[in-house]
Ligand binder design. Structure first.
Ligand code: ATP
Ligand code: MG
Length: 206
């Protein structure tokens, strides 16, 4: 009994030691991270959770009284919950790319016009120091399909106000953008209810 106890004590001491070492590493990193500036965060991948994470982060910024702007580069058939909710918020400017660019219809000329218009809006927010948080949802498709030039985006991001945070989403992104951003998370499609035949639903899918 006594021996067992001392084994448990030894294990606990080992664990504590490991945790303390880990804490020292984390503390060191926290001490080293002294730069104060906004960041560009990119969320890609085939798994669910990119746009919802970006809107969740925006809610976090709004909680701190920050000003936010959203440009959604793909228009769905229905209004999304995020649009219905955040467009009512006094500190959010919310834009969904105009008619012409949807998942359902294809009209290259209208799509180009809609893309250009949405980009003009995005560019304006990226140069506006009163905007703390910019969300460019599904923007990476514009580069994939050649509607916009990624160099223009990188330029605008590079010249934006120092404190401004930006989040960008889309399943894939061009190399230049991957290289530019400060943070990039790729969400893997491990499992999705849709594949098991569960119907898309309000509040979860849109
Ligand atoms: P969400 O807005 O739910 O965070 P997302 O932004 O990661 O999703 P998108 O590629 O923008 O994903 O696709 C949006 C829609 O497609 C949502 O309705 C989402 O539930 C659905 N979806 C996302 N990933 C998958 C997947 N792996 N299989 C099936 N449907 C998916
Ligand atoms: Mg999305």
């Amino acid at each position: 009994m006594k021996k067992e106890q001392s084994l448990a004590e030894k294990q606990q001491a080992n664990l504590l030691n490991k945790l303390l070492k880990k804490k020292a590493v984390v503390d060191g990193r926290i001490a080293a991270a002294t730069e104060e500036r906004g960041v560009a965060i990119l969320l890609t991948g085939n798994g669910k959770g990119k746009s919802s994470s970006a809107f969740g982060t925006m809610a976090r910024a709004l909680g701190h009284g920050q000003q936010a702007a959203v440009v959604q580069f793909i228009k769905g058939r229905k209004s999304t919950g995020e649009q219905l909710f955040f467009s009512q918020h006094p500190s959010v400017s919310f834009h969904v790319m105009g008619h012409g660019f949807t998942w359902e219809t294809r009209d290259p000329e209208l799509e180009q016009k809609a893309a250009d218009k949405a980009w003009e809006l995005a560019k304006a927010y990226l140069s506006d120091p009163s905007i703390d948080f910019v969300l460019l949802d599904e923007i990476t498709y514009m580069y994939k399909y050649g509607y916009l030039q990624v160099e223009d985006l990188i330029n605008a991001l590079s010249q934006r106000p120092l404190h401004q945070n930006v989040m960008l989403t889309g399943r894939t992104a061009p190399r230049a953008l991957l290289d530019y951003v400060d943070t990039h998370s790729k969400i893997a499609d491990e499992k999705h209810a849709f594949k098991a035949g569960v119907k898309a639903q309000a509040g979860i899918e849109w």
